[in-house]
Design a binder for this molecule. Sequence first.
Ligand code: ADP
Length: 613
Amino acid sequence: MTMLGVPLWTVVASAALYLAVAAAAMEFAWHRGLDALTEAGAHRLDLYAASLKSELGRYEILPAIAARQDSIKTLLAASPDARRALLPAVDGYLEAVNADAGSVAVDVIDLNGDVIAASNWNRPVSFVGTNVAYRPYFTDSLASGSGRFFGIGTNTGQPGLYFASAVRGGQKVLGATAVKISVDPLESAWRVPNEAAMVVDGNGVVVISTVPAWKFTALAPIAAHKQEQIQASRQYAGRKVDKLGYERLDDWRNGAWFARLPDWSHPGRERRYLVMSRSAPQAGDAIMVALDLSAARRQQQLAFAFVTGAFLIAGLYALYAVQRRRVIVERLKAQDALQRANDRLEATVLQRTAALQQEIDERVLTEQKLRDSQQELVHAGKLAVLGQMAAGLTHEINQPLVAIRTLCDNARTFFERGQSAQALANLERVGRLVENMAQLTAELKAFARKPEANTVPVSLADALAHARLMVDARIRDEQVRLDIDIAPDAIVAAEPGRLQQVIVNLLGNALDALAGREAPRIRIGASRTDDPARVTFFIADNGPGIDPHVLAHLFEPFVTTKPRGHGLGLGLAITSRIIEGFGARIAAVNLEGGGAQFTIEFVAANGGSIDSE
Ligand code: ADP
């Protein structure tokens, strides 16, 4: 199972690793943050302790110095009446000291606890006439020589720090001097962001605090007897001391601990702070700082963000690498496939080329064979023609030769017997046979000779008339009806002698075909056609018509249906060669009513003298 091409276990393992690293980093950052906070807190505590010591030290000595003043001793030792005269000088002194020291007030208290002189003697709210017998700093100073406490002024309602010192006249305690200082400057000097600083007195009550709302609240519940004491001393001017809402939680390192406290930036809410404390210079007091954890939390968030970012980048890079690897693998596969296809193609091409070559070779071979067999055929054809011709010639020549020999033998016998008349008759027959043979060789010569193309205008009527001289005897003997219709203007381009030969040939064939037929008839016609350049001539008979086997090859040499000795099959071959020589055309058809018709299309000869032999 995969996710974006990455195995699921890798994703799960990465997520687990991320969670573990993030948790560890956050823990580490948290600790680092808290350590930084405690370090800063420790510095601040040192600083506050030092400032408290120097600040308080400045004033602690002040009542003791005043107590040594003779004018004050005298004032306290004097009777109430006598004091009135001494007061202005003392008040003036106190006023000047207070102004120099920058304290809130400096005063002189008699043994009853009544304030008899004060730096603020002439102010609307003056300490003069106030009784402080219940204040611990007074009682402590009478008892031990000096006293000190944080409290709220009963007249002014202002919180402050009181120091007191006993005034002695010899061994006798005459009264006390006291100074009240404000802690406001300390509070404002200590106020820094994300931190609360406070001083807790021996009662566990916050007396100095950078958070105003926390002032005069108790960290822990105050015991009943202690409450009574507080009430009696009017330490907090009769104010009810509330609980701060402080709860100490688990400890941290370096003396710091976590505590729940009211949120100073969001009143009404509580928050967890890191708290550290240090003993204040004065016994029973403690300086505490509450440190905001948001800096440490920010560090924690930063660590989380860093780890998350790092993992995201690493994850994206891993994803990129996986995808890239996949792309490369795909590309290699594609290349491989292409290579294979190429190889296949190449193999196919080679195979096809070989097949083609083989086919070409076969064709060449076949062509060669064909040519060979063609030549063989031609050769065979020639041989056949030669054979046919030889057979014809042999027969044509042998027959008269045999006859001649017989006739000669008989003639000799006739001569020996003295029958010279018979012997002469034989010799005449020999002469005719020799003539026949001469005619045969003449025919062969005519066929072999290239026809001449020296044509002249010849009248077909004249040519027919001349030809008829050769065949009229047969026509008459065989009682053939002759119908002739030759137009007078049937004048053609021809060679007169040859034209007669053509007509004699055609008439001879017609008479051969008509031999032994009922009502033999020959029609001869010649006329001009629509084409003025042509003259048509025909010879038709009512014989059996041309043998269909012969028709297609009619004008080829040695084609004959006649018995051996009656025809060589050269007549029409010679005729067509002569006709071609005239620039004319010859064709043969079988007529519907029976019989054959030979048609010659002559070239018409217009003008010029008519050659008539
Ligand atoms: P031959 O007369 O020696 O046979 P030809 O070339 O003159 O040679 O004639 C070839 C053949 O044509 C003849 O053998 C014959 O079969 C056929 N033929 C020619 N003229 C006619 C015709 N008028 N009627 C029928 N057959 C013909």
